[in-house]
Design a protein around this ligand. Sequence first.
Ligand code: NDP
Ligand code: 2IT
Length: 449
Amino acid sequence: MSVQMNEQLESIYQEIVKRNPGEQEFHQAVHEVLDSLGPVLVKYPEFGKRKVIQRLAEPERQIIFRVPWTDDKGEVHINRGFRVEFNSCLGPYKGGLRFHPSVYLGIIKFLGFEQIFKNALTGLPIGGAKGGSDFDPKGKSDNEIMNFCQSFMTELYRHLGEYTDVPAGDIGVGGREIGFLFGQYKRITNRYESGVLTGKGLDYGGSLVRKEATGYGAAFFVQEMLRVRKQSYEGKTCVVSGAGNVAIYTIEKITELGGKVVACSDSNGYIHHEKGIDLELVRQLKEVERRRIKDYVEYHKDAKYIEGGNIWDVPCQVAMPCATQNELTGKDAEKLVKHGLIAVGEGANMPTTPEGVRVFQNANIAYGPGKATNAGGVATSALEMQQNASRDSWSFEYTEKRLAKIMSNIHEICYETAEEFGTPGNYVNGANIASFIKVAKAMLAMGLI
Ligand code: NDP
Ligand code: 2IT
């Protein structure tokens, strides 16, 4: 990167920070992408002249709305709903909905910004968006969840459509919530528009493998990174943070591929089970009974539960952060490297802090950033849209093969782009550069939009 380009990008970044005050996570996500783009602006000066970065950093549309609902006692609650439709030059807006009390505009914008590039990497025709609410689903009854989802969709439906904007799940939004949202959309619009949401149940237009896709895809991506280093999961100790949708299916696929996952977590603490995590029990506790991970030790006396502990204290060769943003710090990264870490695959979005990323890169760890590693979820959402458009449904085996191929393509694009731009093995640069160029070219081709 030339000094001049550094200055050019730095001033673009400062302008974005000023336009979006207080949105730290969004600044962080933008900074991480811009950091890779110096050589791209040298190779493609028209991107700078036509202000592609500034245009990309300004969402096409941002919707913020009131979500009133009643709990089981009849008490009224007011939450805030968001949908940030970031970029639609490659296809309809696509990205998940997050229900978590920490949600505010800065979180939705970081996720939506990441989604533009992730979706471009899949090679499928989908734009980038994200949405959600500061609603806390923990401890709510099914009826309360339904009341909330119906109210949320009563406002959001007017912005959606299979050719316009297609949400899916994220933290706090899984099959149950998508079902309630889809039901309300259908009721309000009087249209059975299957392709308007993905992650649907298998009985009404969902795709096999979508539930498993993010975790399986992340495990496949890491398998590719290990393969180029002439390694495999065989005999490796792995740690997967979180115990939600992404974590569960990451654990399942890593185990199937020969790795041993010894720890997982939720926001209260972590489980360490030397023998290997009993995944059926985790699924029963988390997916079926919606309980806490600490209950695991009731069933396995040889496992340890560390309340309030830090899962990255557990030594491992493969680390898969699958919970939330900024969950793995520079200090955690140093500890992991000291304990013999080989590879990191981000199932979550932006789970490693910038300091952590630097530690991994300086130590030559195979580090797969979220926008590449966890792209299997949204890619399989696009496969669900294909099935809906053709009123078809594919077998598990066929769909999983498509997913595996997509993940190996993404790995190859990132690997080769990193090499082409002079930073071999740097998957962050590879992912950012390859996806940015694709989106930027499409934007220029469409004129000033
Ligand atoms: P889930 O709601 O199913 O699970 C989230 C898990 O992470 C839970 O175990 C939760 O614990 C834990 N967690 C959430 N917030 C925190 C926190 N602040 N501190 C510690 N632990 C936390 O969500 P998903 O598995 O779907 O999502 C996990 C990550 O993967 C997110 O970053 C999401 O954006 C990303 N992702 C998801 C995709 C998908 O298809 N679902 C696709 C691509 C990325 P607790 O129950 O205690 O809150
Ligand atoms: O972060 C993500 O990629 C998701 N939550 C999945 C988005 C989707 O539309 O499937």
